[in-house]
Ligand binder design. Structure first.
Ligand code: CTP
Ligand code: MG
Length: 181
């Protein structure tokens, strides 16, 4: 597979996993999912994981995946690359996985003494992607194996941390996020 095809395909299929946590930053606030509860001496998840942010993030990711499906034909034609269409199970599971992956990381951070907003390198950059891929494999393994061939997977694992770090840095500079990670 040509490098450009791998990179463009990687960005296309990963977009529904990138959007949810960014929407959550914009929409977040209100009641935390753990309702302020502690577990084993620390918050279960923390104030950074809210119902509003999580639900808005999932809906945002679903809308993006559906929009990409709607644009698939014209964009594939225009760039001469046969872009994948998201099956409905993946439309739902990628955004859900992205939010749950980030939440799982918060759970692990609290268990390991990391306060809300602390940096957790590598985990912060890939948690959402890994959980989205796991849920995708459960929901539609055949589609996942067809789409995530080795060059696409390598492109995603390289591009995702770079995009994550840069979008968070931009959100910080714009005053949308409290920390630059
Ligand atoms: N956010 C939210 N719900 C989510 C994820 C994020 O409401 N499921 C919002 C919160 O306002 C959060 C902000 O987005 O503070 C930034 O998200 P993130 O960096 O993931 O959370 P942190 O505040 O850093 O908390 P943690 O240490 O638990 O990751
Ligand atoms: Mg954070």
């Amino acid at each position: 597979m040509e490098l450009l095809v791998a990179v463009v395909t990687a960005l296309w299929v990963a977009l529904p996993t990138y959007i949810p946590n960014n929407v959550a930053v914009l929409a977040g606030g209100g009641r935390p999912i753990d309702s302020g509860r502690d577990w084993r001496g620390a918050r279960l998840l923390g104030d950074g994981k809210t119902w509003r942010g999580s639900l808005a993030g999932i809906v945002g990711g679903i809308v993006i995946a559906l929009a990409l499906n709607g644009l698939n034909d014209p964009v594939s034609d225009a760039i001469g690359i046969d872009l994948p269409v998201f099956p409905i199970a993946i439309v739902l599971m990628f955004p859900l996985g992205a939010i749950l992956g980030d939440m799982t990381a918060s759970f692990v951070k609290r268990r390991t003494g990391r306060d809300r907003g602390s940096a957790f390198p590598i985990v912060d950059q890939l948690d959402f992607l890994i959980m989205a891929l796991v849920l995708g494999m459960i929901a539609d393994p055949q589609w996942m194996l067809d789409v995530f061939v080795v060059p696409v997977l390598v492109a995603i694992v390289v591009i995702t941390p770079v995009l994550h770090i840069s979008t968070n840095a931009i959100a910080y500079v714009l005053g949308l996020k409290n920390e630059p990670w």
